[in-house]
Write a protein that binds this ligand. Structure first.
Ligand code: 0O2
Length: 249
């Protein structure tokens, strides 16, 4: 009877510890999502468009955590898991253009309370199978009633095309395990290259449209392109200003 009471108490303590452990990742994601939302609004204000197509976040399930711990052959201890498994909290941000990925990543890296632990640039250096994405491992402080904790969060930032490829590739491997023939591996790699080319084309169209929009805005604008010289109103040609601004950036 006494033995059972001790076990029950012990079990209760363990349950509490695991709950607190898992909650810390939920809080970290809440904090990150708030940050990202603020950045998104700021970006919208500066660039007049929303760079984020969608955001998904998840806390790895306890079963998946255990599976990864076993695969990596770590000891089953919470402090060790906290230190070694750095993608328990994960956020996936899908951006419109490649330049948005880097801008968003810089904005995140400039946040004073975030510590960037690792950056893996699979866009500049795609994985051999063609996988592309920018991965950041960050640490974010969370404040609980009795303590402050630094919690790891994995942030994956990619374009719609990269996300499309990664989702389908994941499904193919999930369904067929790792036995897919080399010919199909090649096809997937080719498809990743096509996705990257599509991203580049879309970005170039986006840039051109932006320039056209700026020019149109400049030409139709109130008085911002006018100078008063010797009581005479002179307009500054858009091309001249653009060259000047580019040279002095
Ligand atoms: P899930 O279910 O998405 O979480 P790690 O194993 O994390 O310690 P690794 O493999 O060096 O170390 O990490 P990496 O390369 O940063 O990859 C982590 C995550 O990126 C993966 O998590 C996937 O989500 C994604 N990823 C990486 N490579 C690929 C790929 O080739 N295809 C696809 N579709 N996704 C990829 P998990 O834990 O594998 O899976």
């Amino acid at each position: 009877m006494v033995q059972q009471t001790i076990d029950m108490n012990h079990l209760k303590t363990i349950k509490n510890e695991i709950t607190r452990f898992m909650m810390s990742y939920k809080f970290a994601l809440d904090e990150m999502n708030t940050k990202i939302d603020i950045l998104k609004q700021e970006f919208q204000y500066i660039h007049d468009y929303n760079p984020i197509e969608h955001i998904k976040s998840r806390v790895k399930s306890p079963e998946s955590i255990v599976k990864k711990v076993r695969k990596k052959q770590y000891d089953m201890s919470l402090p060790l898991i906290k230190e070694k498994i750095r993608d328990i909290a994960g956020i996936r941000i899908t951006c419109s253009f490649i330049s948005d990925i880097y801008e968003l990543s810089n904005m995140l890296q400039n946040q004073k309370d975030l510590t960037v632990v690792e950056v893996k640039d699979y866009i500049k250096n795609p994985k051999p199978n063609g996988y592309q994405s920018l991965h950041l491992i960050v640490q974010i402080p969370i404040f609980m009633s009795d303590r402050e904790e630094q919690v790891y969060v994995e942030v994956q930032i990619r374009t719609i095309a990269m996300d499309f490829w990664a989702s389908l590739e994941h499904k193919i491997y999930y369904k067929y395990n790792s036995e897919i023939p080399e010919r199909l591996v090649e096809e997937l790699r080719d498809a990743a290259i096509s996705a990257a080319m599509l991203d580049k084309r879309m970005e170039s169209i986006h840039r051109e449209i932006n320039t056209l929009r700026e020019e149109a805005h400049w030409n139709e604008d109130d008085n911002s392109n006018l100078l008063d010289i010797n009581n005479e109103r002179v307009s500054i040609p858009y091309d001249l200003l653009k060259t000047y601004l580019t040279a002095h950036r």
